[in-house]
Ligand binder design. Sequence first.
Ligand code: MG
Length: 261
Amino acid sequence: MHRIIRLAAIAAIAAVLASCSHKVAITAHRGYWNCEEAGFAENSIKSLEMAQKNHFWGSEFDVHITSDLVLVVHHDAHINGKRIHTHDYADFKDYRLKNGEKLPTLDEYLTQGEKGGTVLVFELKAQYDKQHEDYMVDKSIEALKAHGLYDPKKVIFISFSRNICERIAALCPGFTNQYLEKDLTPDEVYAKGINGIDYHYSAFDKNPEWIGQAHKNKMSVNVWTVNDRDEIKKMADLGVDCITTNEPILVREILGSKEKK
Ligand code: MG
């Protein structure tokens, strides 16, 4: 009986120590949090600037391609009912984000990104064919190099497209490259040469052992998009490396000294 109590006590201490030693990174989702409330728009230059000023570890943004092959920063695949990939960039010249900014090109967004202060969490959106996805990856690498941002300390890649992740893995060794689609276990993702996962909260809630499985392969583990206090605590305790959130101030408060800077 005493031995069982002692072992339980040792296990409890070990759990607390493991919990305290693990630093968790915060990624502000789509540039900033509660953008509309704050008077910005998600994926705007202003939203990235605010993430930089607040020194969140990461700031996420989404990249699409127009029919005349301009890379633009936007979340949805369409703007005012027009599909981005079937329209030229000029077709969006009058479009304004909710904070009055025009649709940022990747080049304009990276000009702000150069100012530093946050890791650029670069989401390459899945396209309708491999040719466009490959082109997007190649142009993205070119743009990052042109802005002095082609550096694994300054940028990580995420995508729902396995083709995009596999191309990044082949062309950008040393960069964190996270697969977003929760259709594969971490072991299966690793077997495809992809070194990270960024799964929805529900995936880790259902399969908490995936975090250990990923870490055994030295993969990075990111979870999206966690805004609820209890869910934030749960994910931090499970040992994720990064929490993507619309509520980075709340995550900062909950993590305290466990926040990875
Ligand atoms: Mg995204």
